[in-house]
Design a binder for this molecule. Structure first.
Ligand code: SF4
Length: 192
């Protein structure tokens, strides 16, 4: 993995303890999947062998919040579900991080209704917003890497007056929208 090149012939290397802690933290993010809808399928694909989230040390999905430090909200959140999401967030290990995956989790998406939360950031601090409907696995991985970069540089999430402040990182879409398939003609059957 390249570590051999970093270690000198004597077989040891020196570093700062804080850098070592940050390195181990960012290399072992354990996600808590809160997948309520179709974005959850992309989340599963991200962990599969094709995209291999394990390359970033974040493949160990935990379904117990006490063993997780990365909450991935994938899909729309109903008003009735919100207390459950909040409880899960509060039970997770510190320092903890939150990714809002997809349009529904971030804004309610097309579900502009009284029953759907119009953005989970109204109730929990969101660190990274991953755009898309659904986001591709590469985009979600970019979100994980954004958190890793922050851990590398800062170590722990920012706080203000003892209150957890969200990172508020909004990823830019990585694809250009293409027009719909062309060549469709509307007319009477057999007119073509
Ligand atoms: S953003 Fe799109 S893909 Fe994701 S849960 Fe909403 S409707 Fe489904």
């Amino acid at each position: 993995m390249g570590i051999e090149a970093a270690i000198t012939a004597e077989g040891f290397m020196t570093t700062q303890l804080q850098r070592l802690i940050n390195w181990s933290r960012r290399s072992s993010l354990w996600p808590m999947p809160f997948a309520t809808a179709c974005c959850g399928i992309e989340l599963m694909a991200t962990a599969s062998s094709r995209y291999d989230l394990a390359r970033f040390g974040a493949e160990v999905m935990r379904f117990s919040p006490r063993q997780s430090d990365l909450l991935i909200v994938a899909g729309r959140v109903a008003i009735k579900t919100m207390p459950v999401l909040q409880r899960i967030y509060q039970q997770m290990a510190e320092p903890r991080w939150v990714i809002s995956m997809g349009a529904c989790a971030s804004t309610g998406g097309v579900f502009d209704t009284y029953a759907t939360v119009q953005g989970c950031d109204q109730f929990i601090p969101v660190d990274v917003y991953v755009p898309g409907c659904p986001p591709r696995p590469e985009q979600l991985i970019e979100g994980v890497m954004a958190i890793q970069r922050h851990i590398d540089n800062e170590g722990i999430p920012p706080t203000q007056g003892g209150k957890r402040m969200p990172l508020n990182i909004a990823l830019a879409p990585t694809h250009a929208v293409r027009p719909q398939p062309v060549g469709l003609r509307i007319g009477a059957a057999g007119a073509n």
